[in-house]
Ligand binder design. Structure first.
Ligand SMILES: C[S@@+](CC[C@H](N)C(=O)[O-])C[C@H]1O[C@@H](n2cnc3c(N)ncnc32)[C@H](O)[C@@H]1O
Length: 266
């Protein structure tokens, strides 16, 4: 019987036991688990994460991002914010690919938006979408103080109709260098189809939360917060779909809550 990727990640038994239990991919091949071959990930403790923040992230965090992060920390939904190390990663990524025209789906108070805006050239642009303007306006003074507010075109409302309008305009096809998606997980696959038209070949899409609080490897009956459980299947479906999508090259990074980068190749 074929073993799905989800089932495989749930398995904790050593290789011999898996073989005895008939675990595999149905072609007589055995799935390789990182515990069998060792792994290079160094992130093994909370202290190590704190070390990264204290050593490499916070000392280099621009004052405006620090201020926005501190304002956000007082907001009741602060768990939604992009982490400081992920903000630093996005900022570097945007510079590395020389992005100019970008979009963000899911702004909240604007931490990743500011990280993006600071990385873009003076004439760079971000089409920023969120159903909630109030939260965006909480961080907006920090964005303006940093002198990058002019790069942002904020649209209040659901992102999908905005993307549909863009797709209807052929001139927008292949015009975006980068898109960051950090919003309603149940729509990620719908966003993906549209973004593959709007992002240029060679351009990047980043999907946030692809490890979904670690729940992607939990058994179905494990206790989970309602919110985590609700979106978990959508995240699992997204990860499987991206892995099988030959229109993109992918790279899943354990930064923040998991970020999957998709480079459009078709
Ligand atoms: C995880 S937060 C975004 C965090 C943000 N990137 C940051 O750096 O803090 C998710 C956001 O998605 C927004 N959202 C939810 N559904 C949406 C939709 N259909 N269209 C646009 N935004 C949506 C929510 O209002 C929320 O602000």
């Amino acid at each position: 019987m074929a073993t799905t990727a989800t089932e495989a990640t749930k398995t904790t038994a050593p290789a011999q036991e898996q073989q005895a239990n008939g675990n595999g991919n149905g072609n007589g091949e055995q799935k390789t688990r990182h515990s069998e071959v060792g792994h290079k990930s160094l992130l093994k403790s909370d202290d190590l994460y704190q070390y990264i923040l204290d050593t490499s992230v916070y000392p280099r965090e621009p004052e405006s991002m620090k201020e926005l992060r501190e304002i956000t920390a007082k907001h009741p939904w602060n768990l939604m914010t992009t982490s400081a190390d992920e903000g630093q990663f996005l900022n570097m990524l945007i510079k590395l690919i020389g992005a100019k025209k970008t979009m963000e789906i899911g702004v909240y108070t604007g931490y990743s938006l500011l990280a993006t805006a600071l990385a873009l050239p003076e004439d760079g642009t971000i089409l920023a979408m969120d159903i909630n303007r109030e939260n965006y306006e909480l961080g907006l003074p920090c964005i303006n103080k940093a002198g990058v507010g002019h790069k942002i075109d904020f649209r209040e409302g659901p992102a999908l109709p905005v993307l549909d309008d863009l797709v209807a305009d052929k001139e927008q096809h292949g015009s975006f260098d980068f898109a960051f998606v950090d919003a309603d997980k149940d729509n990620y696959l719908s966003y993906h189809e549209r973004l593959l038209k709007l992002v240029r070949p060679g351009g990047l899409i980043g999907y946030d939360n692809t490890l979904w609080n670690g729940s992607v490897v939990l058994p179905d009956d494990a206790p989970m917060r309602k919110y985590i459980r609700f979106y978990r299947d959508f995240v699992l479906a997204l990860n499987s779909a991206l892995a099988a999508d030959d229109r993109v090259e992918i790279c899943q990074l354990p930064v923040g809550d998991g970020v999957t980068l998709c480079r459009r190749v078709k």
